[in-house]
Design a protein around this ligand. Structure first.
Ligand SMILES: *Cc1c(COP(=O)(O)O)cnc(C)c1O
Length: 381
């Protein structure tokens, strides 16, 4: 079971200074990594840690993943790659770190100095990396990204044709993986999954032999055909359900608690908050809690989400403000909802997927929107 911070932590000066506390369970992340590895066995499990490890803190998360066994990490840009390298200095100094934005994401010398590998997304990038290898006088490692239907990054069909006909363009490049990325993996019945799988197999057959990598979190659950030699999960490591039409096989990783600043009695026919979007019933009580859209509690959750006080659901009423939300606590005993008390926003009652859905988005965006103002507590590691 997930351990949650004791009440003393919520009474700490740091928690009170911040007004809201984000608890990140590094043991749950490690456990999620092991669960994915079990599904993948014997295929290698990398970790996508872009976006500051999906908002949870690359500095803490990357070493935890390394301790669980991760050796390969995917970042978006060179700044992230540098940060991950530094975070892994003690636990995994020789980690393989790939940069998804590609060979144009920074000076070649900085890639080489840091030992970073670009994901080559076009023939132009292949040329850059091959020339860099020639200048360096030794081979340079990289991944080669083939577009199989996302139409976003990666070599399109015409560039794949050229490369298949002229494999010498890869001279000096040590292709660690030929990779592609699935567009609809979380919809297991989507026809594009099978189409991308076929295109990926065909592309690999036309290129010099190299290990393959196709699956993100959800792709892992499409079955072994999608696993190839390396999977690249991100979201599932951090508790997002990779199988939205089935129960979540992952452990929840984050808990978010907000402090009650004030509780007030409001009578009909008064309205609440900006825009007067909520009209109070007679004899209502409202708790004002110290987090808002500046903290990543999306404004689209106005009048739509809930929080919890112990096991009781309390609805968000009125607009979400920049720094506050208001909760209808009429049904809660006065002693259980008072200034200085805490409410649960994310936790056992409401995971990131549920909050994302309530806000018209998804768990990914809830995670990556988590604000910088929270007092962050890391469990384990
Ligand atoms: C973000 C990303 C991943 C990880 O995706 P999840 O859905 O979070 O598992 C894998 N591969 C690429 C190319 C990505 O951009």
């Amino acid at each position: 079971m997930t351990a949650y911070p004791a009440t003393e932590d919520l009474d700490s000066p740091a928690a009170r200074r911040a007004g809201a506390v984000l608890t990140i369970d590094l043991e749950a992340i490690k456990d999620n990594y092991r669960r994915l590895r079990k599904v993948l066995r014997p295929v290698t499990c990398a970790a996508a840690v872009k976006g500051n490890a999906y908002g949870l803190g690359a500095k803490q998360v990357a070493p935890a993943l390394a301790k669980a066994g991760a050796r390969t990490f995917f970042t978006v840009n060179l700044d992230e790659a540098i940060e991950i390298r530094s975070a892994l200095k003690k636990t995994r100094p020789s980690a393989d770190i790939f940069v998804l934005n590609g060979a144009g994401a920074g000076p070649v010398e900085e890639f080489i100095a840091g030992g970073f590998m670009p994901v080559l997304n076009s023939l132009g990038e292949v040329a850059i990396w091959s020339a860099a290898a020639r200048r360096a006088g030794h081979g340079l490692a990289a991944a080669l990204h083939i577009d199989t239907g996302m139409n976003r990054l990666g070599l399109p069909d015409n560039e794949l044709d050229i490369l298949a006909g002229e494999p010498e363009r890869l001279a000096g490049i040590e292709v660690q993986y030929v990779m592609s990325h699935l567009a609809c993996a979380e919809e297991s019945g989507h026809e594009l999954n099978g189409i991308q799988l076929d295109r990926f197999r065909q592309a690999r057959a036309r290129l010099p032999a190299a290990p393959g990598s196709l699956a993100n979190s959800s792709g892992i659950f499409l079955g072994p055909d999608y696993h190839f030699d390396l999977a690249r999960p991100g979201a599932a490591l951090f508790g997002v359900n990779p199988t939205p039409d089935r129960p979540n096989p992952m452990r929840q990783v984050v808990r978010l608690q907000g402090r009650i600043l004030q509780v007030r009695q409001i009578d009909a026919p008064q309205t609440l908050g900006y825009g007067a979007t909520h009209r109070m019933a007679a004899n209502s009580r409202v708790a004002t809690v110290a987090l808002g859209y500046a903290d990543g509690f999306l404004r689209s959750l106005s009048n739509r989400a809930s929080a919890w006080i112990d096991d009781k659901e309390v609805p968000v009423v009125g607009r979400v403000s920049m720094d506050m939300i208001t909760l209808d606590v009429t049904g809660i005993a006065a002693g259980d909802a008072q200034a200085g008390g805490w409410v649960e926003i994310l936790g056992p009652h409401q995971g990131v997927d549920a909050l994302g859905e309530a806000g018209g988005t998804m768990g990914y965006e809830i995670l990556t929107s988590l604000g910088a103002r929270y007092h962050r507590i890391y469990l384990g590691g």
